[in-house]
Structures are given as C-alpha cells and as structure tokens.
Design a protein around this ligand. Structure first.
Ligand SMILES: [Cu+2]
Length: 276
C-alpha cells in the first residue's frame, strides 16, 4: 500500500516540478506552459471548457439513461403521444445560447491577444522544406538549416524524433516574432509550450509571436501533413538568458552569416533609378 502512495506522490511531484517541455508517453492534457499566452490557453481549457463539457456530458448521459429506464417498452404498453412542451423548448434553446456567450468572451479575448503582435525584440523567419526547417534572423543577417538528428546519432538526454542539429536560440522574457512560410508544400510551425501554431504556406508569410518566460529547451513539430517525412522535421528552441543569447549570436554571426544583403539592395536601388 505504501508503495502505491509513494508511486502516486512521485508521479505528482515529478509532473509538478519537471519542465514538461516535450510530449510524454501516456500524456493527457497540455504540456506545461512556458509563455503567458499558453498559460491563458491552459486556464481557458482547464477552468472553462473542461468543466462545461464534463457537465454537459454527464447531464446528457443522465437524460439518456433516465429515458431508457422510464420509457422502456415493458412498462409503457401504450406509448405517450406528447409532441410539444413550450417551456422545455425555450430552455433547450436559451441555455446553450448562454453557454456559448459565456465561452465566447474569454475565447475572443485570447484570439485577439494572439493576433496582436507587440513590438518584436527578436524576429525569426522559419521556412518549411520537405523535410526540414530553415531559419533566418533577418535583423542579424544569419540563416541556417535545421535537420532532425538520426536515432543512432543521439547523445544522452536527447529525445528521439525531436532533436535537431541546429537549434534556434531566443532570449528569455523577450517578445519573439516568428515569420512563417514554406518553400514547397504546406507545413506548420508549432510549439505547444508557447501556445504557438501557424501554417507555413508557399508564397505567403504568416506571423505569430511568443514571450518565453522560462529558460530551457522546448520541442515542437511540423503540424501539417507535408509528405513521407512529415514526422521527421522537429523544431527545437533554446530559451536562454540575455548573456547566453549574446554569446550564441556572436558565434552564429560567424558560422551562419548570410551574404551581405545591404549591398544587393543598394545595387537594386541604383538599377531602379536608371530605369526611371
Ligand atoms: Cu512539414
């Protein structure tokens, strides 16, 4: 008996303290939120949607069982011919309307908050390819590709199917804007702990944002069926302190430097002037 208690308390302790930043076996519910946006989504789900849907399910189940028992054929040789009840009809129209209105308020609030992007402190452009992600930091003039690490090359503690060779780095508590697009087919850039998921569409740029409030490594996956290796293009984001981010940026500027786009823009401007 004590063993069972130990196991149960251990499950609760570990689930509470460990940063559940990646999917777990037998997981129910969301991953632990790491951004304010996701905290609100989890609150909306846990304290509004779940209680309401549970209550409705229990109530409807009760009605079905009640009707099955009360109106069973053996006890009702002559069937009732009742076809209308105004009070009940008004109620079963009004109550669902009220439930929807109650749900709509926090739901729209969340939607608008996600849609309004605050002033970005870091901008990242993610491009979906068959089957990996390409990243650019347009303000820093760096860009790199991010491929999944094969199972045989994984180091200790690196999760299978979620580890990539080149991870994204973002500073903690900063507004990060993510521009999302694709080069070939539809993909989707999704990171559950940040409450972020946007379609990556060729020829179009979608945008979203997050503000990570915890340092750590967070994992996401492509969330739009994009072909045979759809399951093998994970997303890894390292949330680090400002100093660590500055160090990474310094190295990345050497390692992942893009061609100097400024000179190209100047050339184009010159050419345009000539034409005009
Ligand atoms: Cu994809």
């Amino acid at each position: 008996m004590t063993n069972i208690f130990k196991t149960i308390s251990l499950i609760f302790l570990t689930s509470g303290s460990a940063l559940a930043d990646q999917p777990k076996n037998w997981q129910l519910g969301f991953q632990n939120p790491a951004s304010t946006g996701m905290e609100e989504i989890v609150w909306f789900h846990d304290y509004m949607l779940l209680p309401i849907t549970t209550a409705i399910t229990v109530f409807v189940l009760f009605l079905i069982l009640y009707a099955c028992v009360k109106f069973r054929a053996s006890k009702n040789k002559v069937a009732s011919t009742t076809s209308h009840n105004t009070t009940i009809e008004v109620l079963w129209t009004l109550i669902p309307c009220l439930i929807l209105i109650v749900l709509a308020v926090p739901s729209f609030k969340l939607l608008y908050e996600q849609d309004t992007i605050p002033k970005a402190e870091v901008t990242i452009k993610a491009t979906g390819y068959q089957w990996y992600w390409g990243y650019e930091y347009p303000d820093e003039n760096i860009g790199f590709d991010s491929y999944m690490v094969d199972e045989k090359d994984l180091k200790a503690n690196q999760p299978r199917l979620l580890t990539v060779d080149n991870e994204i780095y973002v500073p903690v508590n900063k507004v990060v804007k993510v521009l999302i697009t694709a080069d070939d087919v539809l993909h989707a850039w999704a990171l559950p702990s940040f409450g972020v998921k946007r379609d990556a569409i060729p020829g179009r740029i979608n945008e979203t944002w997050f503000k990570a409030e915890k340092t750590g490594t967070f994992y996401g996956q492509c969330s739009e069926l994009c072909g045979i290796k759809h399951a093998f293009m994970p997303i890894t984001v390292n949330v680090v302190t400002d100093e660590e981010y500055a160090t990474w940026l310094n190295d990345a500027k050497q390692k992942f430097a893009l061609e100097d786009t400024n000179t190209n823009i100047k050339v184009v401007k010159k050419e345009n002037k000539k034409i005009n």
